[in-house]
Design a protein around this ligand. Structure first.
Ligand SMILES: C=CCO[C@@H]1O[C@H](CO)[C@@H](O[C@@H]2O[C@H](CO)[C@H](O)[C@H](OCc3cn(-c4n[nH]c(N)n4)nn3)[C@H]2O)[C@H](O)[C@H]1NC(C)=O
Length: 134
């Protein structure tokens, strides 16, 4: 998954929202939105997979601590289609991260007890149009 947008030096607090707007490529194999402290310490790796890493039409979520992946969490819902223009809104609190889409919502535990998000990265077959912090 090639490197895309990376934003550092953020100070996103619990309850605030990171909005990532963009388009899923028409031949997307997968993409990921990562939020956390840095690339080695992720509160959430949100990874919709159309066909990659052995998964088909599956959202895989995970955390990463000191460069080590945690236990994967595969979601039942896959509300994505090739070529979709979407806006993903990620927020968190002391208990969990929430990923809101127009017609779906995912939760993932705040395994690391992260108290602020400093890092955002978007990887793979997703063309970022805009990001907004609110
Ligand atoms: C079945 C035995 C092995 O399990 C597999 O192990 C793979 C490697 O750890 C798992 O894929 C990783 O899953 C991680 C989340 O748990 C990440 O999605 C990881 O990709 C992250 C990534 C790759 N890249 C990247 N940048 N440039 C390139 N080439 N790749 N950037 N970020 C994937 O490579 C994959 O999800 C996992 N599958 C299962 C079913 O457990």
């Amino acid at each position: 998954m090639e490197r895309g947008l990376v934003v550092t030096q953020l100070d996103i607090q619990p309850g605030e929202c990171i909005k990532v707007k963009g388009k899923i490529l028409s031949d997307a194999k997968g993409f990921a939105v990562n939020v956390g402290k840095d690339s080695s310490t992720l509160l959430l790796h949100f990874n919709p997979r159309f066909d990659c890493h052995g998964d088909v039409n599956t959202v895989v979520c995970n955390s990463k601590e000191d460069g080590m992946w945690g236990e994967e969490d595969r979601k039942a819902d896959f509300p994505f289609q090739h070529g979709d223009k979407i806006e993903i809104c990620i927020s968190f609190n002391e208990t969990e991260a929430t990923v809101k889409l127009p017609e779906a919502e995912f939760q993932f535990p705040n395994r690391l007890g992260m108290e602020k998000i400093e890092y955002l990265a978007v990887e793979g077959d997703f063309k970022v149009k805009a990001i907004k912090f609110s």
